[in-house]
Every structure is written in C-alpha cells, then in structure tokens.
Design a protein around this ligand. Structure first.
Ligand SMILES: O=P(O)(O)OC[C@H]1O[C@H](OP(=O)(O)OP(=O)(O)O)[C@H](O)[C@@H]1O
Ligand code: HPA
Ligand SMILES: [Mg+2]
Length: 168
C-alpha cells in the first residue's frame, strides 16, 4: 500500500452536480466515435464509481450496449495497486476500438493505465481529473488539484450542522 500525500481540500459533489457534469461529459463525446456518424459501439463502466456517470452518458448518447470492468485500486484513501476483478465481454471489446470507457475520476492514473494496456484503442473518459493522471484520460469535464479528495454523493448523507453563531 502506497502512502499518499494528505488531502488538504475536500470537493463535495451532489447528485445534481454529478448528473450535470456527467451529461456535459456525454455531450463532449457525442459524434466522436469511429462508427458511422461518429457513433460509439458500447459504453464500459469502470466499477463501481464509473457506473452512475456511464449510465447517464449511455442514456444521453443513445447507447444500449453497456458492460463493466471491475478494477479495485483503493483501500480507504490509499492506492494499493490496481487489480482487474471482472473483465467485460472479450469479443465485444477487441482492442477497444469504438468503446467508450467511463470512470468517475482519474487520480494517479493507475486504474486507467491498467485498462488502457488491455484495450489500447478505447476512448477513456472521466468526469473529474487530477493532474497526476490526466494524461491517461482522453476526455474529462473538471480538473481538481492533486491535494483535493473528491467526495461522491454515494459516499455521503445529509446531516445536521450547528448554526454558525452556535445554538440559541
Ligand atoms: O487514478 P487512480 O489513482 O487509479 O484512482 C481512480 C480510481 O479510484 C477510484 O476507484 P476505487 O478503486 O476506489 O473503487 P470504486 O470505484 O469501487 O470506489 C475511482 O473510482 C477511480 O476508479
Ligand atoms: O478523490 C477521490 N475521491 C474518491 N475516490 C477516489 N479514488 C481516488 N481518488 C479519489
Ligand atoms: Mg473506481
């Protein structure tokens, strides 16, 4: 397990924000596939974080063929070396041509590096990107600094906070 730099900042993403950013990602990808009229063959989500953005992008782009690749790379906030736990359909994937691989974010780039080795001709898209990993991504929406930890809505819950001036 590699120790990471401490995350000084937090970037909290609501469901609404994630929905809007995932749609913006899809619109950037529209018509950029290798098929007729720039169509994409399929969307592949990197589970688990890529599943919500991939579903939103697949809907926006009218793509019904959706598969998953399961890559685990973190224990809490520590990179522990990326591993493929479940691969997508090999016949559909080929060398990745026409496949849109979607993840929620790229941080160090290790996850995408591994998936890219397997499918070098796929197009790699994430909603958020940190500078260390952004060369692994072909298309992304928002860059955040390396010392920021992104908190996704599936990891959060609404809770009570004290008033700024304390309780009455
Ligand atoms: O660029 P990297 O440094 O490799 O980090 C990015 C990856 O880490 C997180 O996934 P994680 O492996 O924690 O699993 P999860 O999606 O199931 O939460 C995130 O969803 C990305 O897939
Ligand atoms: O900033 C992050 N937030 C959530 N999951 C992550 N996995 C790697 N980096 C991050
Ligand atoms: Mg992930």
């Amino acid at each position: 397990m590699t120790d990471r730099l401490p995350h000084e900042k937090g970037f909290h993403v609501s469901w609404d924000q994630l929905h809007r950013d995932s749609r913006a990602l899809a619109w950037r990808l529209d018509g950029r596939g290798p098929g007729e009229d720039g169509a994409w063959k399929a969307v592949v989500a990197i589970t688990r974080g890529g599943m919500a953005p991939a579903m939103i992008a697949a809907r926006e782009l009218g793509i019904r063929t959706v598969d998953t690749i399961s890559v685990k790379s973190y224990e809490h906030q520590n990179q522990s070396g990326a591993k493929v736990l479940k691969a997508p359909d090999a016949e559909m994937m080929g060398d990745g041509t026409g496949i849109l691989v979607v993840d929620d974010l790229v941080d160090t780039g290790r996850t995408l590096e591994l998936v890219r080795e397997l499918y070098p001709n796929a197009h790699f898209a994430t909603v958020y990107a940190k500078p260390m990993g952004n060369k692994q991504v072909d298309t992304y929406v928002t860059e955040v600094s390396q010392d920021t930890w992104i908190f996704f809505p599936w990891d959060m819950a609404l809770q009570y906070v004290e008033p700024y001036r304390g309780k009455d």
